[in-house]
Each structure stands twice: as structure tokens, then as C-alpha cells.
Design a protein around this ligand. Structure first.
Ligand SMILES: Nc1ncnc2c1ncn2[C@@H]1O[C@H](COP(=O)(O)OP(=O)(O)OP(=O)(O)O)[C@@H](O)[C@H]1O
Ligand SMILES: [Mg+2]
Length: 309
């Protein structure tokens, strides 16, 4: 079973306003709502691949109820702790005329430490050796930056593979617990290792240093430049797939879903790289964080070009 963790989920409300202008009256042309948060995005992508997952989430108020209804309606099992307040609603203003996006994000509720500990233990109780847990996305307001590190240690001790997709301090601290896999993007890794994000050789060296320090696998996504995969079976670099781009938001989450799926199904390194690249590319072809189309993913798998890094 794959478990995703979303400690600060959100309802993403996207309003299309042509020629949006702050300080004046603006009229919304269309409005869509998506249930978001990086772990939930991963669960949605897994579902597209035909893989069921359990989403562990912290929910609050009416917006929290909406998230829960969405997840259950989609066929994603929910492991939930509730807190007072409201799950955040993030307003995204898309201006097709200027080609600009404006984000207005709520902070989300504060989550008491004992609630976080309760959710952690409820996940740990369910875990069987060989299960996969994905820790991704922002931490709740005020939460300890070492939370992912502590959860990684707890779940690894249960025999689970832990995939960590975090940045900044949460990533730096998390590395000490030697996650099974991390998936920083080039900027996140560059900030961590203090190297140039545009220098693939420096990124490769930084990834190798992390593996030498005990991280099992390092996948460095480089947006439209492709990705580098450092695994036990060797290091590979994959060229980007050339696809029409609608929205790059959540491309990394699609890639993480592919990596978790590949681990659960025991895919070999080449098939893993192909699926990860195809999922990332198929995701940018769709608006928002819509899950990739599986037929498109299968077609793109055959187009991936990879080399030994
Ligand atoms: N413009 C693009 N064209 C083709 N493939 C892309 C493009 N952008 C992203 N991808 C694919 O998706 C993968 C992940 O993208 P990216 O590096 O942007 O992740 P990310 O920054 O972690 O995204 P997020 O955190 O928003 O999910 C890339 O390695 C690549 O394979
Ligand atoms: Mg990312």
C-alpha cells in the first residue's frame, strides 16, 4: 500500500480574469476548484495509474469536509485528524491576456503537536514492511522543521520505504534519517548543496554526495531540462520530452507518484525512469494539477531517451 501525507491541504480556487488589475473592480470569467496539497496530488496521479493509495491528511472546518468528500468520492482512502479552524483556500488568479498568475494563499490552521503525533502513529500502526510512505509539501504553521525527519525515522523502522519531497530545512533535516528516495528539483538541491542549479555536473555530484551519506536514491528533476536519477543500479540522465505545456504545477508530484508506483510494482531502473519522465511530461500537458492521461503516459514512455550519467 502507498500512503501519502498532506499536513497542510488546500482548496485551490482558480479564477480566470482577463486583464486582472489590482486596485480596481475585476470580474471573474470562470472559476474552478481543485482539492490540492502535494500528497493529495500524488494520490490523484496514483489513481490515474490504477494504484490505490491512502491519503493521510489534517482537515478543518467546511473546506476540510469538502476535501474529505472529494477524496472518498475519488476512491482514495482517507486517514484523517481534524483540528479547529478551516482548511485553507488558496485563490489563484489566472490572467490569459497578460499570461500572468497571481497567488493569494491562506496560511492554514495551526496543528497541535499531539494531533500530528496521533496521525503519525495511526499511519505507523497500519504500515507493513514493503509499504511506501510519501512525505511531501509544506508543514502546518508552527510545526517543527524536523517533523519529516522524525516521521521518516518512525516509518523506516516499520520497514516502509520513505519518499521525501521537501525543501529547505525540512529536507536538510530529513536527510539525516536516510530516506529511501528523495526528489528535489534542481533549485531545491542547488540551495541545499550550495551549487549552481544550471550546472548538471554539479547537481550530479551533489546527488552522489547525498547517496554516499546514506540516502537510498536521489532523483533530481530539472523542469523542462529533464532529470537525473541516482540509484543503487547506476546513475541515469534523461532528456526532457518535448510536449505542449499548459501548466507545470505539480509535474514533480506526478513524477513522485510514478517513482512510488514503480517501487511498489518492482519495475526495473529503465522502466522506472521511463515512467517517471512520461508522468512528468504528461502532467504539464494538462491545466492545473489534473492527473496525467494514462494513454498519453504509455505513449510517452516509449519516447524517453536516457543515458548513463
Ligand atoms: N516544460 C516541461 N516539458 C517537459 N517535461 C517537463 C516540463 N516541466 C517538467 N517536466 C517533467 O516533469 C518533471 C518534474 O518537473 P519539475 O522539475 O518542474 O518538478 P517540481 O519543481 O518538483 O514541480 P512541483 O513541485 O510543482 O510538482 C521534470 O523532471 C520533467 O520530466
Ligand atoms: Mg516539487
Amino acid at each position: 500500500m502507498i500512503y501519502t501525507v498532506t499536513l497542510n491541504p488546500a482548496i485551490d480556487k482558480t479564477a480566470v480574469i482577463s486583464g486582472f488589475c489590482a486596485g480596481t473592480l475585476n470580474r471573474i470569467e470562470s472559476l474552478r476548484e481543485d482539492v490540492g496539497g502535494k500528497g493529495i496530488n500524488v494520490s490523484r496521479c496514483l489513481l490515474a495509474l490504477g494504484e490505490k493509495s491512502t491519503a493521510a491528511v489534517i482537515l478543518a472546518g467546511g473546506a476540510g469536509r469538502k476535501c474529505r468528500e472529494y477524496l472518498e468520492g475519488a476512491g482514495i482512502s482517507v486517514l484523517c485528524e481534524e483540528v479547529p479552524g478551516e482548511t485553507r483556500t488558496n485563490l489563484k488568479i489566472a490572467d490569459p491576456v497578460r499570461g500572468e498568475n497571481t497567488d493569494i494563499n491562506e496560511p492554514g490552521p495551526e496543528v497541535p503537536e499531539e494531533v500530528l503525533a496521533r496521525l503519525r502513529e495511526r499511519i505507523a500502526e497500519k504500515l507493513c514492511p514493503g509499504d511506501t510512505v510519501i512525505l511531501s509539501g509544506s508543514l502546518p504553521r508552527g510545526a517543527d522543521k524536523g517533523l519529516y525527519a522524525a516521521w521518516c525515522a518512525r516509518f523506516s523502522a516499520c520497514g516502509a520505504r520513505v519518499i521525501l519531497d521537501a525543501d529547505g530545512e525540512a529536507l536538510r533535516l530529513g536527510l539525516k534519517e536516510k530516506p529511501w528516495l528523495i526528489k528535489p528539483n534542481h533549485e531545491e538541491l542547488a540551495a541545499l548543496a550550495e551549487v549552481d542549479a544550471k550546472d548538471p555536473a554539479a547537481l550530479l555530484r551533489a546527488g552522489e554526495a547525498l547517496r554516499a551519506a546514506g540516502v537510498g536514491r536521489v532523483v533530481i528533476s530539472r523542469g523542462g531540462e529533464g532529470a537525473i536519477f541516482l540509484t543503487e543500479e547506476g546513475s541515469f540522465s534523461a532528456d526532457p520530452l518535448s510536449v505542449p505545456v499548459k501548466s507545470t504545477v505539480g509535474a514533480g508530484d506526478s513524477m513522485v507518484a510514478a517513482l512510488a508506483f514503480a517501487a511498489e510494482r518492482g519495475l526495473d531502473p529503465e522502466a522506472t525512469v521511463r515512467l517517471a519522465m512520461a508522468m512528468g511530461a504528461a502532467s504539464v500537458m494538462l491545466p492545473g494539477t489534473d492527473a496525467p492521461d494514462v494513454e498519453c503516459v504509455h505513449r510517452l514512455c516509449g519516447e524517453v531517451r536516457m543515458n548513463l550519467a
